[in-house]
Design a protein around this ligand. Structure first.
Ligand SMILES: [Zn+2]
Ligand SMILES: [Zn+2]
Length: 317
């Protein structure tokens, strides 16, 4: 029994391929490392490199996979959903015998634009469940599959699609998972799922969250979303100074996440929704600076287990 969380897309707002400049910098660093390396076997040299160095943080927009032996749940349908297609098509979803659950936090473009390209939705026999707190769930998903935005109309999709409107702060079951949606601070209504498996392991998804409410009192009935969770994905789109300028844009900084993680005893926090205007290097430097800043504020003895979200990264709880 395990709870697997796989990050399929971690970029915010817009899919972000590497720029020419980033590719060049990478090529120069890669060749320099190789020339400096005593290991001249290319495959083993490549294997020795870290995932973020070799592949970057990833340019696809938000999508996460949450999986147990029994249940498969996706959170959102950004372009990262394409990273799940091969796995999905090699299993029951490829044979029209699959059942898949998709929880939608909200409907901004970066969270829906992969859905029309998700092949299992076209295969007869598959059952796809969509969940959201927002009552417009069904309307929005139907609009995604509509001309002139997309040539295939929702009515012609051949899988069986079921819409579930769920309630904020009210737990519901998806297979062996218990899912509780909590309100996030975002310009349009947005709910992050807290997901608990049958052993009590918890994953909280706080992406597209500005964290305007920080104190326990402000968070009030949304506080359990943060308390003692095993793994939290947290919106850290901006540096501290950008976040101060972009009030009500709906995104947060690593510093806020670190403070919440320390206070609420979050076991591991992972920073995601990387800004499309930030290079991977900038994202890395901003997060490292935020940790120094955090320790300057709360004390060097306070440690938080954190890392940057990287497309393809898996966590097993
Ligand atoms: Zn977003
Ligand atoms: Zn959003």
């Amino acid at each position: 029994m395990s709870l697997k969380i796989k990050l399929l897309g971690v970029r915010g707002s817009l899919p972000t391929p590497h720029t020419k400049k980033e590719r060049r910098t990478f090529a120069v660093e890669l060749l320099s490392k190789y020339l400096d390396s005593s290991d001249k076997d290319i495959d083993s040299f490549i294997d020795s490199l870290s995932h973020p160095f070799l592949y970057g943080l990833g340019g696809n927009t938000m999508c996460a996979l949450v999986k147990t032996n029994e249940t498969t749940l996706l959170i959102d349908g950004g372009t990262g959903i394409r990273n799940y297609i091969d796995d999905a098509m090699s299993g029951p979803l490829g044979r029209g015998k699959g059942e898949l659950h998709i929880f939608m936090t909200h409907f901004h473009w970066d969270h829906i634009m992969g859905l029309p390209f998700f092949s299992p939705i076209y295969i007869p026999g598959n059952k796809i469940h969509f969940y959201a707190v927002q009552p417009e769930l069904e309307d929005v998903i139907k609009q995604v599959f509509r001309r002139p935005y997309f040539p295939v109309d929702f009515k012609t999709l051949r899988s069986s699609i079921v819409f579930h409107q769920v309630e904020a702060r009210k737990p519901f079951k998806i297979g062996d998972l218990t899912v509780t949606p909590y309100m996030l601070d975002h310009p349009d209504a947005c709910y992050g799922p807290k997901i608990t498996d049958s052993r009590g392991k918890t994953y909280s998804h706080a992406v597209d969250h500005e964290a305007i409410r920080m104190t326990a009192k402000e968070l009030d009935e949304d506080l359990p979303f943060f308390q003692g969770v095993d793994l939290m994905l947290f919106d850290a789109q901006y540096s501290v100074s950008e976040a101060a300028e972009k009030i009500n844009w709906g995104h947060s900084s690593a510093l806020k996440g670190l403070k919440l993680a320390e206070r609420e005893k979050i076991k591991k926090i992972v920073f995601a929704h990387h800004d499309p205007m930030h290079t991977d290097m900038m994202v890395q430097e901003t997060a490292e600076e935020s940790y120094v800043q955090f320790q300057n504020i709360v004390g060097k003895d306070k440690e938080v287990d954190w890392e940057l979200a990287v497309e393809g990264r898996e966590f097993i709880l």
